[in-house]
Design a protein around this ligand. Structure first.
Ligand code: ATP
Ligand code: MG
Length: 256
């Protein structure tokens, strides 16, 4: 059965989508069967995988509202070599429409049950909010990967996310745990980055991934070509870090 991971942080622009797309591509390179779920109405993960969000017949919106099966709405990323359950702005409406429905926090979890055996990894790219969409992601997942920029404000808000995860664990999804904090966009020349990084290790110990994703312009350029950075420039430092992260995740799931 697939292991399901949310990439979540309610702060905007911290590298969630970059992490989800490149981890998906890194895992595919390691011959893992991957489904990337775009749970953000911005549709950035969809576009980053090379799928035009403007041309979707079906999307995660239809899945959450019970209008389509996951298998019907899923597309293949030729560039990344993984499957994608895509999103576009329709998804913003789902948030409101779901309020009326039964099992509103568990709609994604229930929808994924039929495809669990088809994948090794399901990765969910969450929106920058602790919303009903993110809650659906957290209810469906075995674990959360939290990308963090090592800057002063990074720690602010982390406690809200950790509390939300604790509440979901206690009330809705006893499976859920924090897999780890991933330091991203890291620039070792910045003293503050080093200080915050050390602070994270102090507070969170084992929960901080050893792999660090550097700030790397090739990762930022890749989405405009509809490609994961891991494919766009495999030799770049950023790409190599994400493939190494993929290898670490493959090891991790062996003991889950
Ligand atoms: P949102 O909260 O809006 O969904 P996000 O958390 O998904 O944002 P990304 O879209 O992944 O964040 O990244 C924000 C910006 O930083 C993007 O322009 C992305 O290309 C860039 N970026 C992400 N990671 C790196 C990196 N390691 N090196 C350089 N640029 C990066
Ligand atoms: Mg994003």
């Amino acid at each position: 059965m697939a292991k399901i991971f949310c990439v979540a942080n309610q702060k905007g622009g911290v590298g969630k989508t970059t992490t989800a797309v490149n981890l998906a591509a890194g895992l595919a390179k390691l011959d893992q069967r991957v489904l990337l779920i775009d749970l953000d109405p911005q549709g950035n993960a969809t576009m980053g995988a090379g799928i035009n969000k403007g041309e979707l017949q079906l999307s995660i919106y239809h899945v959450l509202l019970g209008l389509a099966e996951v298998s019907q709405a899923t597309l293949f990323s030729e560039n990344g070599k993984f499957h994608v359950l895509p999103a576009n702005r329709d998804l913003a409406g789902a948030e409101v429409e779901m309020v009326e429905l039964e099992n509103r926090e568990k709609r994604l979890k229930l929808a994924l049950e039929p495809v669990g055996a088809d994948y090794d990894f399901v990765l969910i790219d969450c929106p920058p909010a602790l919303s009903m969409l993110t809650l659906n992601g957290l209810c469906a997942a075995n674990g959360v990967i939290i990308p963090m920029q090592c800057e002063y404000y990074a720690l602010e808000g982390l406690s809200d996310l950790v509390n939300t995860i604790k509440i979901v664990h206690a009330k809705l999804n006893p499976d859920l745990k924090i897999i780890g904090l991933l330091r991203v966009m890291f620039d070792p020349r910045v003293t503050l980055s080093q200080q915050v990084s050390a602070q994270l290790e102090q507070h969170f110990g084992e929960k901080v991934f050893k792999i660090i994703i550097p700030r790397n312009v090739r990762l930022a350029e890749a989405p405009s070509y509809g490609m994961p950075g891991v494919i766009f420039d495999p030799t770049s430092k950023g790409a190599q870090a994400y493939v190494a992260f993929g290898a670490e995740m493959v090891e991790r799931i062996k003991s889950m």
